[in-house]
Write a new protein. Structure first.
Length: 215
């Protein structure tokens, strides 16, 4: 069992993370902060993932990467959380995948390219404070979920056709004609999609979409 000492403990995989931190989640009473580039990051980490299962009075703040919410399934999940009391914001930037418990404990998701993903569990106060400050800066720069949803509803409906056009290598004129929109509208949608995916080129946008399983 982890104890509240000034230390950093590294664990491997979600099962071990839950085994070593379940008591920390259970003891969280004031605020739980979470930042993720993909909702699957923390899936299976612990059984209390449902917002309704959190104790009364616990403030939950979730910050998600915008490209994750282009997938309707994850967008529905985020809305469900917001409907049940979580504060949810969206950012167009990559975030440090982080959980902060009551300002006392930080869990950082690490590398997953060499076997089970590593997680660093940090209780050293100065480090926890610094990481929490980074979360707060990202939170302030984020967009509230309701505002994001209003902006993205039309793009989400348009996204499959744009991604198909990019993957097929169609000219803008051909793609606009196939999608039944003006050339200006098509180019605007491509620019919006690139921004949503954090891509600097159309090729990168297509690649990022494939990585995220959007195509």
């Amino acid at each position: 069992m982890l104890v509240d000492v000034e230390t950093v403990t590294v664990v491997r995989g979600e099962a071990e993370l839950y085994e070593r931190t379940a008591h920390l989640f259970a003891a969280t009473r004031t605020e739980l902060l979470c930042a993720a580039n993909a909702l699957r990051t923390w899936m299976g980490t612990h059984p209390r993932t449902g917002i309704a299962q959190h104790p009364p009075g616990l403030r939950v703040r979730k910050l998600f990467r915008l490209s994750t919410l282009l997938d309707p399934r994850w967008a529905d999940h985020a809305r469900h959380m917001a409907d049940h009391g979580a504060d949810v914001r969206v950012t167009a930037h990559d975030v440090n995948e982080t959980i902060v418990l009551d300002g006392r404990v930080v869990i950082l998701a690490g590398d997953e390219s060499h076997g089970p993903r590593s997680y660093s569990v940090i209780t050293q106060p100065e480090v926890v404070h610094g990481i929490a400050s980074l979360f707060e800066a990202a939170w302030r720069a984020g967009t509230e979920l309701a505002v994001h949803e209003a902006r993205m509803a039309e793009l989400r409906a348009f996204m499959p056709g744009v991604l198909d056009a990019l993957n097929e290598g169609w000219t803008d004129e051909t793609a606009a004609r196939a999608l039944g929109v003006s050339l200006r509208t098509y180019r605007r949608r491509v620019a919006e999609l690139m921004a949503a995916l954090g891509a600097s080129s159309r090729f990168q946008a297509g690649a990022r979409a494939r990585e995220l399983g959007l195509v």
